[in-house]
Ligand binder design. Sequence first.
Ligand SMILES: C[S@@+](CC[C@H](N)C(=O)[O-])C[C@H]1O[C@@H](n2cnc3c(N)ncnc32)[C@H](O)[C@@H]1O
Length: 225
Amino acid sequence: MSFDTLAPHYRWMESVLAGPLLQQCRTRYLGHLAAARNVLVLGPGRSRFAAAMLTAAPDARLTLVDSSHEMLEHLGRDLRDGGAAMGRVTLVHADAREWTPSSAPFDTIATHFFLDCFAPVDLAALVARVAQWSIPGTRWLVSDFRMPAAGWRRHRALAIHALMYAFFRATTGIAACAVTPPDAYLARARFRLVQRQLSNLGLLHADLWVRSTTSSAGAGRGIVE
Ligand SMILES: C[S@@+](CC[C@H](N)C(=O)[O-])C[C@H]1O[C@@H](n2cnc3c(N)ncnc32)[C@H](O)[C@@H]1O
């Protein structure tokens, strides 16, 4: 799977198709992260999350792991052009399913519009693997598309998901054909959903998960729309 061909077009496509909606999801919880020190971002693509994170957390070091060389090239250029503190940024060209960090544990993990690239078996393995690099208190930000439970919102989402997956499967070769909610895998890895913000008629969610010390994770969430 490679997002290389999409990299030059990623920003304008997002801006035309989604306006500010995706960036609002990515940055929803930045106010909680001012004290972050060691941040892992998986599949950052060319999103503006890294720049916002560097500003929101002045002592944070960011490790940005992406399997697309082109995405990383553009991201590095975008960050430099925006005056980002590149001394706090490490760009890693690797497949997150196989990569092993040298700087774990992380106090913050971010996966924005990334977990939906994976079919259930890969997603389960990936979440379990990444969770090993966390400690109690680690925050995991998850933004993604979702499927409303019923009604016309679900029909609308079904049409949008069908278009989206057809496009991404054709252009990037992702294995997933539908979005798999990561909730059960995160709960199994002892992360607890602290807050979930739904937006765009239930099509999008922005989650804040926190690694707990006990084995009974997953409960206690507040859902806001
Ligand atoms: C849909 S884009 C999302 C980009 C960005 N996070 C955002 O919020 O827009 C998915 C990104 O994940 C990367 N990616 C997909 N599979 C990957 C993998 N196995 N390991 C690392 N990166 C991967 C792609 O190259 C791409 O940059």
